[in-house]
Every structure is written in structure tokens, then in C-alpha cells.
Design a protein around this ligand. Structure first.
Ligand code: GUN
Length: 296
């Protein structure tokens, strides 16, 4: 039977409507408007597209928002000084530096420089550590969006065999940590497979998964015979595999969508699956940061 396709776009729209009401109430009660700055270094086309989406949504929700574009050759010291300026700016509650950064800039130094209270990406080591012990203030946006999609789609997570493909700091490690917490919407038995896993073991692990989360960065990597009948398959991949005649990027996920959808119980499409959720979770974190600053 063909899988139910989970529309991240629809779930995201629903959450954004909830957030808009929260923003309006916060403004009415306290006069505080959530403030978000997105810093983009250079002109990587995928990054440009991501920050454009983030800014558009921030504006739709009535945020005070700044898109700060910096040249690809900005020095690390200048970037750190810029972050410090936003750390001190009371109108800004959330700071996001779009990754990846150019090679001459040390990404760790940049992430460490963001005030953890304004780290709406959830990448500062203080927030990473809090996540590990189940005390997160800000969950990283893509993993938070995945959990929200699973919960709002009615997927049973407690006791589920959950396999994550990929161990990145942005997706693989945090989603594994979120889903193993002893909490509602989590409490799964978690396995992470990665480039060090022998190929035959990789397939074996994936085939056991009730929930399969794929963030491998390889287009159409997961095949139908890796997937258990009825599994929930979350595809985090966004791979540009070509260009349409009108100049639009043609995207593919990390899952071989057409054959896998005949086997899975639930599946997220690319685009329109996890992507819109990531942006929405960033907005949710920024509203939370503004509320903390407002003391409500
Ligand atoms: N690059 C890819 N995903 C992300 C993300 O969630 N946050 C930031 N800052 N950069 C990214």
C-alpha cells in the first residue's frame, strides 16, 4: 500500500498560525516584538535560498528582522565583532549565522561567540549540552521540526526502533538525543548509522526501523529494500540534482522517494517535508527567546 505523504508545509502553516497569535499577544501585553537577525557570509546559492525563506517567514509573523549579508572574505575577527554587537542589541532576541562558513573562518569560534540566550539555532555548546541531559532551552530547528512532524502525524515513538542515518551536529546527533529522552513524543530505541558503518550492517539496521530518519547528504541513498513495510520515513536531504529550463533548482532527497513510498507507512516529500518545519521551529525558538527577555 502506498504511504501517507506527510506535508511539512501544511503542519508548518498550522504552527505558524499558532505562533502569529502568540506574537500578537506578546506585542499587545508587553510591547515586545520578537527580533531575529540572520547573518549570511558569501553567496552560496543554497544558503541564500535558506536565509531568504527564514526572513520571509519572520516578516509574515510580524517580527523585527534583519538580514545581514557579509562578504565571503570577511575576517573571523570582524564576524565575531558583528555577533557581539547583536549580542548586546536588546531588540534582537535570536541570532542565526547560516552554515557552512568559508574555510578561513573557524565555525566553532563563531558558534561559541553567540550568546546562548540568543542561540535560536541551538548550536552553542551550552545548548547542545542541555539537550543531551533533557534540559534544552532551544532545540536545534531541523531535529525539532522532525519530532513535531512525527508527533502531529500520530506516529508512536515510545519504544519504537528509530534509526538515524548520518551523524552530523546539525541533524543526526541532535535528533538521536531528542528521541531517546524519557519524554512524550520521544522515548525511542535509537541507533545511529554513519559512514563508518559497514554497508551490509547499514541496510540491516535500516530494515529494523519503525522510524527511519535519513540525513546522509547523498541523493536517493535509501532504497526500497532497506525499508520495513509500514515504517515512518523522514527524509532530511536537500540535494540539488539539476536545473529546470526556467532556472529553478531540481531537488531530490536522500530517500529514493517513488519506490520507497510504496513500502513505507508514512513519508515526507522533498521539497515540502522537513524544510518548512525547520524554518518554523526557528520562529518558535525566537518567540520563546523574546518571551524570556520580556519575562513572560
Ligand atoms: N545550514 C544548514 N542547516 C542549517 C541550520 O539549521 N542552521 C544554520 N545556521 N545553518 C544551517
Amino acid at each position: 500500500m502506498a504511504a501517507k505523504i506527510i506535508s511539512g508545509a501544511e503542519v508548518a502553516k498550522q504552527i505558524r498560525e499558532e505562533l502569529k497569535r502568540e506574537v500578537d499577544q506578546l506585542k499587545a501585553k508587553t510591547g515586545i516584538v520578537p527580533g531575529l537577525v540572520t547573518i549570511l557570509v558569501g553567496e552560496n546559492p543554497a544558503s541564500v535560498s535558506y536565509v531568504t525563506g527564514k526572513q520571509k517567514t519572520a516578516k509574515e509573523l510580524g517580527f523585527y528582522s534583519i538580514q545581514d549579508n557579509q562578504p565571503a572574505d570577511i575576517s573571523e575577527a570582524a564576524l565575531l565583532a558583528l555577533i557581539d554587537q547583536y549580542n548586546k542589541d536588546a531588540k534582537i532576541h535570536g541570532i542565526l549565522v547560516q552554515l557552512p562558513l568559508p574555510k578561513h573562518v573557524n565555525e566553532t569560534n563563531v558558534l561559541y561567540a553567540i550568546d546562548p540566550k540568543k542561540d535560536v539555532d541551538g548550536f552553542h555548546p551550552v545548548n547542545v549540552g542541555k539537550l543531551m541531559i533533557g534540559e534544552a532551552d532551544y532545540l536545534p530547528c531541523t531535529p525539532a521540526g522532525i519530532q513535531e512532524l512525527l508527533v502531529r502525524s500520530g506516529v508512536k515513538t515510545k519504544g519504537a526502533e528509530l534509526v538515524v542515518v548520518g551523524r552530523s551536529n546539525i541533524v543526526g546527533k541532535p535528533i538521536a538525543n531528542i528521541m531517546l529522552q524519557k519524554k512524550d513524543g520521544a522515548n525511542s530505541t535509537v541507533t545511529i548509522v554513519h559512514t563508518g558503518t559497514p554497508p551490509e550492517k547499514m541496510i540491516e539496521h535500516c530494515r529494523r526501523a519503525d522510524i527511519l530518519i535519513v540525513a546522509a547528504g547523498v541523493p536517493k541513498y535509501v532504497k526500497a529494500d532497506w525499508v520495513k513495510e509500514g515504517a515512518a520515513v523522514i527524509d532530511v536531504g536537500v540535494n540539488r540534482i539539476g536545473m529546470s529550463e526556467s532556472g529553478k533548482a531540481i531537488l531530490a532527497g536522500d530517500v529514493d522517494f517513488e519506490p520507497v513510498k510504496e513500502k513505507a507507512g508514512l513519508i515526507t516529500p522533498v521539497p515540502g517535508g522537513v524544510g518548512p518545519m525547520t524554518i518554523t521551529m526557528l520562529m518558535k525558538n525566537t518567540v520563546k527567546a523574546a518571551k524570556v527577555a520580556a519575562g513572560v
